[in-house]
Design a protein around this ligand. Structure first.
Ligand code: UDX
Length: 439
C-alpha cells in the first residue's frame, strides 16, 4: 500500500514537530503557514523557537526531500491526510479560546478539497469544536461526503517535543467511522507496532482527553503548592512532604514539585478555556475547583514577591534584585505567562532595580518586558545585588558554586522559587537562603 501524503497546517511548536517527525517516519509531508517570514526561515532549516533536536530533524527531512514548507494551500490540496496544528490562544478579552486560526485554516482548506481525504484535528480546542468542524466539512468541501474528520489530540511538552511525538504515552483517535480509524492506524503504524497504547473513542471524548489531562496536571501542581502554603505556616517542609507522597504509587512523584507554579502557553490558558466552555455548557459547577487551582497558582507569585521583600527588610527602594531565569520552565526560550518574568516585573513596578539573566530566553524577554534590565550571565545579574531570586530551574543555576558570587553581590540573600537549589550548600557558604514552602 502506498503511504498517504500528509499535510500539516500551522507551523508553531506542534506543527513543526508533527511535520518533521512524520517526515522522519518516511512520509512525504508539506507544511503550510500563512506567515511567509516563518516559512522562509523553516525552509532554510532554521526554527523560529528553541526546541532541542528539532532543527536537526527538520534539516534532515528537508535534505531527504520528504519535508517541504509552503505558504500556498494549493500545495496541500491533494494530500491524503491534513493535520490541523494551528494555535488556539486565549481570547484578548475573555478566558475562552480564540478559534479564529482554526476557522481561517478551514476557510483556505475546505474549498480546495476535491479528493477523498481525512482531516485530523490536533489543536487543543473547547469540546464541541470538532462537531462544528465536521459540519463545516459537510457544507463547504466539494468532496464533502468523502472527507472524514478525526480528532487526535497532542500531548507534547516543550523541551521534549520529539520524544513526546515519536514515543507518546498514548494515542487517542476520536472517530466517526472505521475509515477514520484505519487511516490513523496506518499513519501511526510504527508507533503502534512499538507498543504505544491506542484509545479509540468519539469526537467529544477525544477533545476532552486533552483538556482533562492538562486540568489534572495543573491541579496536581496547585495541590502541592497549596500544601506549601500550609507548610509555610506550620514550619513544615513541602519538599519532604512531596517526597513522602511520591512513594505512594497511587499518587506518584511527577508534577508534584512545589515552587512558583505553572506558566507557559498551555496549562494556564487551557484550564481557563475549559472553565469558560463548562460555563457555556451549564456545567460550570463541575469545574469550579479549577478556579481555585488558578488562584493558588497566582498566589505563589505574590508570595515570591513577599519573600523577596522580607529579605530586603520590607523595602524595594534603592535595592538591586538579581533574577535567575526568564523562561516559563528550563530548556525552553518560551516566556508566555512566565512566572519568572511576572515576578520580576512586579518587583520592578514596586521600585527595585531588577536585572534578569536566562540562558535561552533573553531575546524574547527583552522584547516583551523592555522595562526590565538584563545581563548576559548569572554573575552579571548578581552584580551588586541585595537579593537573588531563582525563578527558573536551569541546570546552570542548580550547578552553580555560590563561592563565585561572593565578591559580586552586595548582600548574600537568595530566594529559591523552584526548590531546586541545595539549601545546605548555600547556607554553608554564608548565604541567607529562603524557599517557598520550606523552613
Ligand atoms: C504542558 C503539558 O505537560 C503537555 O502535555 C501539553 O501538551 C502542553 O502543556 P508544557 O507547557 O510544555 O506542557 O510544560 P510542562 O512541562 O507541563 O510544565 C508546565 C508548567 O508547570 C511549567 O511552568 C513548570 O515549571 C510547571 N511545573 C511542572 C511545576 O511547577 N511543578 C511540577 O511539578 C511540574
Amino acid at each position: 500500500m502506498t503511504k498517504p501524503r500528509l499535510s500539516v497546517i500551522g507551523t508553531g511548536y506542534l506543527g513543526v514537530t508533527q511535520a518533521a517527525c512524520m517526515a522522519d517516519l518516511g512520509f512525504d509531508v508539506v507544511a503550510v503557514d500563512v506567515n511567509a517570514e516563518k516559512i522562509d526561515r523553516l525552509a532554510g532549516g532554521s526554527l523560529p523557537f528553541f526546541e532541542p533536536g528539532l532543527a536537526e530533524l527538520v534539516g534532515k527531512s528537508l535534505d531527504s526531500g520528504r519535508l517541504r514548507f509552503t505558504t500556498s494551500y494549493d500545495d496541500i490540496a491533494d494530500s491524503d491526510v491534513h493535520f490541523i496544528c494551528v494555535g488556539t490562544p486565549q481570547q484578548r478579552d475573555s478566558n475562552a479560546a480564540d478559534l479564529s486560526y482554526v476557522d481561517s485554516s478551514l476557510d483556505s482548506l475546505l474549498p480546495r478539497l476535491r479528493n477523498p481525504c481525512v482531516v485530523v484535528g490536533k489543536s487543543t480546542v473547547p469540546v464541541g469544536t470538532a462537531e462544528r468542524v465536521a459540519a463545516r466539512i459537510t457544507a463547504e468541501a466539494p468532496a464533502g461526503a468523502d472527507v472524514e474528520l478525526v480528532w487526535n489530540p497532542e500531548f507534547l511538552r516543550e523541551g521534549w517535543a520529539i520524544e513526546d511525538t515519536l514515543r507518546p504515552d498514548r494515542l487517542v483517535f476520536g472517530v466517526t467511522s472505521s475509515r477514520g480509524e484505519q487511516c490513523m492506524r496506518s499513519v501511526f503504524e510504527p508507533l503502534i507496532d512499538a507498543g504505544v497504547p491506542v484509545v479509540i473513542t468519539d469526537l467529544a471524548t477525544a477533545q476532552l482527553v486533552k483538556v482533562a489531562a492538562n486540568a489534572f496536571l495543573a491541579t496536581k501542581i496547585s495541590f502541592i503548592n497549596a500544601m506549601a502554603e500550609v507548610c509555610e505556616v506550620v514550619h513544615g517542609d513541602v519538599k519532604k512532604l512531596s517526597e513522602a507522597l511520591s512513594y505512594d504509587s497511587r499518587i506518584g512523584g511527577r508534577f508534584l514539585h512545589a515552587g512558583l507554579g505553572f506558566g507557559g502557553g498551555c496549562l494556564p490558558k487551557d484550564i481557563r478555556a475549559f472553565m469558560a466552555r463548562a460555563d457555556e455548557l451549564g456545567v460550570d459547577q463541575a469545574l469550579s475547583f479549577l478556579g481555585e487551582v488558578d488562584a493558588i497558582n497566582q498566589r505563589r507569585r505574590a508570595r515570591m514577591v513577599d519573600l523577596a521583600l522580607e529579605s530586603l527588610d520590607g523595602n524595594f527602594r534603592d535595592c538591586r534584585v538579581g533574577v535567575f531565569g526568564a523562561s516559563f520552565k528550563p530548556n525552553s526560550d518560551d516566556i508566555r505567562d512566565s512566572p519568572a518574568l511576572d515576578v520580576a516585573s512586579r518587583i520592578h513596578d514596586a521600585g527595585a532595580e531588577v536585572i534578569v539573566y536566562d540562558p535561552a530566553a533573553l531575546d524574547n524577554a527583552r522584547r516583551m518586558y523592555p522595562a526590565l534590565d538584563y545581563a548576559d550571565s548569572a554573575v552579571g545579574a548578581a552584580h551588586d545585588a541585595d537579593v537573588l531570586l531563582h525563578l527558573t530551574e536551569w541546570r546552570e543555576f542548580r550547578d552553580m558554586d555560590p563561592a563565585v558570587l561572593d565578591d559580586v553581590v552586595r548582600r548574600k540573600n537568595i530566594v529559591d522559587g523552584r526548590n531546586a537549589l541545595d539549601p545546605e550548600r548555600w547556607r554553608s557558604a554564608g548565604w541567607h537562603y529562603r524557599a517557598l514552602g520550606r523552613p
